[in-house]
Design a protein around this ligand. Structure first.
Ligand code: SIN
Length: 250
């Protein structure tokens, strides 16, 4: 792609938050080469790549392995520098089901009433890989990974570094608690903040075909992979682009 085309795609992503391409029969190499035009790619420490290309993670579901990405989340917010975007390519899709739904994090923030918005203005959320990836790990493995990936704090309201707009940056997958809050109040607040992501008015739902590609802004949207096709096969590959540390501009 020419630099101008890459710039057009980046602009569309900032404007629309998630963009879709049909009929892109990408090889693994072409997939990562495309994603790398937008920044350095991450290597996921908990999901083995299985593709021969370390930067490409494969999600292969079948009668033996059901989908577990069926909850609202931004990817890898347990990193100090979570991904800023992800490119997902469908290799094999079920005859029905398996859609991915995206929900707008700017709209989620705008939907909060003034009182709640005021209360969260200075709060920071604590993000923990172990909430999802700690299951099935031995205590020793967990301790080793904890050393590499300590709990991280990100502002509950963060400012998108390209659009300059504030968005709500709290997800049920990885936020363990709100720093400095009593545990019950923290759980209640996280629940409250996750509700606007579930509003249908904030969402786009994508029906996959083989060789469809979705490119989402991992700050501006959360996503939810519908797990409604078992025992069918669904095989997807994802390349994720490293972002900057989330922060709040005042
Ligand atoms: C993911 O959660 O990144 C995977 C999304 C999907 O498989 O649709």
């Amino acid at each position: 792609l020419a630099d101008e085309e890459v710039a057009d795609i980046a602009k569309a992503l900032a404007d629309y938050k998630v963009i879709f391409f049909r009929d892109q029969p990408l090889s693994a190499r072409q997939h990562v080469d495309f994603a790398r035009r937008f920044g350095e790619l991450e290597i996921h420490p908990f999901i083995p790549s299985n593709t021969g290309v370390p930067e490409l993670v494969r999600f292969a579901k079948s009668a033996d392995v059901g989908g577990y990405e069926n909850g609202w989340h931004h990817d890898v917010t347990w990193r100090e520098t979570p991904s800023k975007g992800a490119v997902l390519h469908a290799l094999e899709v079920p005859a029905t089901g398996g859609d991915t739904v995206f929900s707008d994090a700017y709209a989620a923030l705008d939907a909060l009433d003034d009182d709640l918005r005021g209360r969260i203005d200075d709060l920071v959320a604590v993000h923990d890989f172990a909430k999802v990836f700690g299951h099935g790990m031995s205590a020793e493995e967990r301790a080793t990974m904890r050393e590499k990936y300590p709990l991280v704090e990100h502002p509950v309201i963060t400012t998108h570094d390209i659009t300059g707009r504030d968005l709500l940056y709290v997800n049920r997958f990885f936020v363990s608690h709100i720093a400095g809050m009593d545990p019950d109040a923290s759980t209640e607040l996280i629940d409250e903040l996750c509700k606007p992501f579930a509003l249908l008015e904030h969402q786009a739902r994508f029906r996959w075909e083989p060789d469809s590609v979705a490119f989402w802004d991992n700050r501006a949207v959360q996503h939810y992979a519908c797990s409604d096709y078992w025992p069918d096969v669904r095989v997807m590959e994802r390349a994720s682009i490293i972002g900057s540390r989330p922060s709040r501009a005042r």
